[in-house]
Write a protein that binds this ligand. Structure first.
Ligand SMILES: Cc1ncc(COP(=O)(O)O)c(C=O)c1O
Length: 503
């Protein structure tokens, strides 16, 4: 079994990648590439895994899938049918949620810079809570609700000053970040609005960031939320009905660790994070219960609901991007390459016992070249950062395999790049900071026309894609639990490229 295989989901059959029982090559032939393929079964499994956490805490758990991770309407349908609720981050996502049939009480609304029309829509809909990002916004919400003569549920977003070991662009809980309000600001708001006719101050919220590799920050965050709940009760007499711990549960992007050695340690730890949400919450809840009994506040935990806002952990590994090699070229090693490769080589040598990592490629100095041709072989695919933006902005890692020859040894090094006009449209770290492997391992003799698969691509890809370079946004298919394939987004056509232009 290959390291990346997952039973009944990602498997090798007849040497080809199969996704939920369907041949990736047949999908590529029928729908063309680039193509995003999602597995309904895997999305449901991921939601079930999160729901299991309810068995390890003494309160109700409300899972609000973070629509920002992927709000394709069919994906929202699967999430809804799997029994999850929804977190939205704009009036647009709120509209999509309501259109998909989520009940208002299933929806929470985040965001740092909400427009008045967005607030009006949320107030009119009567959603579970608007998560408030500042005191100014709270005043605007109060004014809006007053004007509409409605009572609106709000939850104040706190900035807890908790650092995690994620990517710097994904840290959201530090005072240096742009999110939320300080706890004393929130407390002052509870004093001011506790008797408001238009605001129901129902909860407090935080989000410690995405892809957090360690359990401890979740425990610290939940404890911090609870301590604020106690403070608010003691000072204002208000008993909050919910605590919202945000999202951030990580995905193991190095499930297949054949490139693990290529990452600096911090990156490696982040990408290979393997936390079990139930264990994380069990531990965090135990700490909160101890705190509650120490300060005689256990009664404040009764009838509380704990909210989670998972995005990545629901959708990332349920999505695969199929891409085709369109061009190939060979280049000699340049001086720059030699210098860069040397630093990777040195790192590889310092960690000779890394589990499961082959050192064959690194044995001879500078042998990062394809040994067959004694040159660097470039493969140019049709999947660029216009459809996988995080690969460029955050140097995010997506494991790459040959979909056509999935069962063969992946032991030849290639440089990979997308189709865009930017030198930065590559699958390695163009800045030479080694945040991504310089080379990817694929079977020998990859030729134009071969279909490759990037794994774990389901989160923050479709949601961020663009028509840059006049490229058609790709088609998306969803495979249901009976292996039926449904086209859930058609590929763009020429007209889509100009549909909003006025000329
Ligand atoms: C407020 C909030 N909640 C939830 C999420 C989802 O995080 P993740 O996809 O890591 O679970 C995000 C993502 O940035 C967020 O900003």
């Amino acid at each position: 079994m290959k390291n990346w295989e997952i039973e009944n989901f990602l498997e090798v059959k007849n040497n080809q990648l199969h996704i939920s029982g369907v041949s990736a090559i047949e999908l590529a032939e029928k729908y063309d590439t680039p193509l995003f393929v999602f597995s309904e079964g895997r999305i449901r499994q991921n939601i079930e895994r999160l729901k299991r956490a309810e068995n390890f805490i003494d309160c109700k758990l409300k899972i609000c899938y973070a629509a920002k991770a992927n709000s394709n309407m069919a994906i929202l349908r699967v999430v809804k049918n799997a029994g999850a609720d929804l977190e939205v981050n704009s009036g647009g996502e709120l509209w999509k949620a309501l259109k998909m049939g989520f009940a208002p009480k299933q929806i929470i609304f985040n965001g740092t810079s909400k427009e008045i029309w967005e607030l009006e829509n949320a107030v009119n809909a009567g959603i579970y809570a608007i998560q408030v990002d500042s005191l100014l916004e709270l005043a605007l919400i109060e004014e809006t609700a007053r004007r509409l003569d409605k009572r609106v549920n709000v939850s104040l977003r706190l900035v807890p000053e908790i650092e995690t070991k994620t990517h710097s662009g994904l840290q959201t809980a530090l005072l240096t970040s742009k999110f939320g309000m300080m706890p004393d600001e929130a407390l002052s708001a509870f004093h001011v609005y506790k008797d408001s006719k238009f605001l129901n101050l129902s909860g407090i919220h935080l989000h410690i960031g995405s892809q957090n590799p360690e359990a401890a920050p979740y425990a610290a965050a939940l404890k911090m939320l609870f301590e604020n709940l106690v403070l608010i009760y003691n000072e204002t007499g208000l008993k909050l009905s919910h605590l919202n711990l945000g999202g951030g549960f990580p995905v193991n992007y190095l499930h297949d660790d054949s490139h693990a050695i290529d990452f600096p340690q911090a990156q490696r730890e982040m990408f290979s994070a393997n936390l079990e949400p139930a264990e994380v919450l069990e531990n965090a809840w135990r700490i909160v219960k101890e705190t509650a009994s120490r300060v005689n506040a256990s009664h404040l935990l009764e009838n509380t609901t704990l909210l989670l806002e998972p995005g990545r952990s629901v959708i990332s590994d349920a999505g695969v991007c199929l891409t085709t090699v369109r061009n190939i070229k060979e280049r000699p090693l340049s001086e720059v390459n030699l210098r860069r490769n040397k630093s990777s080589l040195e790192r590889a040598r310092q960690k000779p016992k890394q589990s499961g990592v082959s050192f064959g490629l690194y044995d001879i100095e500078y042998k990062f070249v394809n040994p067959k041709v004694n040159a660097v072989v470039w493969l140019l695919t049709n999947a660029g950062f216009n459809i996988l933006l995080s690969m460029e902005t955050y140097k995010w890692y997506y494991h790459l395999i040959s979909a056509e020859r999935a069962g063969e040894a992946h032991n030849f090094p290639y440089k990979l790049a997308g189709p865009l006009c930017d030198g930065g449209d590559v699958y390695f770290d163009i800045e030479g900071l080694n945040r991504l492997p310089d080379y990817r391992l694929l079977p020998e003799n990859v030729q134009p026309g071969e279909v490759l698969a990037l794994l774990n691509c389901g989160a923050y890809s479709l949601a961020q894609m663009s028509q840059y370079n006049g490229r058609f946004l790709p088609a998306v298919v969803l495979i249901d639990e009976d292996g039926k394939v449904e086209l859930v987004r058609r590929r763009d056509n020429y007209e889509d490229l100009v549909t909003n232009d006025i000329f």
